[in-house]
Design a protein around this ligand. Structure first.
Ligand code: CA
Length: 236
């Protein structure tokens, strides 16, 4: 990150005390910050499309964070990190189902929040780098994974994956036939000390299968090894 081209974070959070302290800390880290204090303004700013990551509270005036997440995902794969309250366990899973990349539970430490933001932005930065002349594409029969363009094609059709879905598929495909536990996948794919729970992996696998598989109930690419975890198999 250079000073000339700071990454921009959009904070959608109605509690000004929380918003202010996040803003203060992000600016100190060299990020540009935009704020919205209600759901409608948040959605408008999110859809303007010039932020590099969205921090999204769940309970907001006018429109809640889930609705914002769902609508943003119709247009954009910008990383979304949801802010959820401690007692709202169900919110985490729902947020991920709607396409959020990550969540952090209130109250959270600034160091943890910034680590999450950095990890999520690092991956996006790789995505937006201009593709190299020689693309690095892995061929799995009907499936092509382009590692420089961060694109997946199935039978020539480009799949619209979020960054996390792409990373998960890439990791499993690069280790064809090897079974990974959910804990291993959290560590390897999510890429930092993850304080969340392993349902995150299940939800992301389910979303990925819905986009990838002909029949998500009878997956051909991402298979379950019952009681252990998941693995990738090249379809015959
Ligand atoms: Ca709130």
């Amino acid at each position: 990150m250079t000073e000339n081209n700071p990454k921009k974070i959009l904070i959608i959070e109605d509690e000004t005390s929380i918003s202010d302290i996040i803003k203060f800390n992000l600016k100190k880290e060299g990020y540009a910050v935009e704020t919205a204090y209600d759901g409608k303004d948040g959605l408008d700013k999110a859809l303007s499309g010039n932020c590099d990551l969205i921090l999204l509270d769940v309970m907001l005036p006018i429109m809640d964070g889930f609705e914002i997440c769902r609508r943003v995902r119709e247009h954009s794969s910008v990383p979304i990190l949801m802010l959820t309250a401690k007692e709202e366990e169900v919110d985490k899973v729902l947020g991920l189902e709607l396409g959020a990349d990550d969540y952090i539970t209130k109250p959270f430490g600034m160091r943890e929040l910034i680590a999450r933001i950095k990890a999520n932005i690092r991956r996006t930065a790789q995505m937006t780098e201009p593709p190299q002349a020689s693309s690095d594409t892995r061929d799995f029969g009907s499936l092509q994974i382009d590692l420089t363009r961060f694109e997946v094609r199935k039978n020539g059709q480009r799949l619209d994956l979020t960054l996390r879905e792409f990373e998960l598929l890439r990791y499993l495909a690069e280790h064809e036939e090897r079974v990974f536990s959910r804990e291993q996948l959290l560590e390897e794919v999510w890429g930092y000390e993850y304080y969340g729970d392993i349902r995150t992996v299940d939800v992301t696998v389910r979303r990925l299968r819905e986009k990838l598989e002909d029949d998500p109930a009878q997956p051909a690419y991402i298979l379950t090894r019952r009681g252990i975890g998941y693995y990738f198999r090249r379809p015959q």
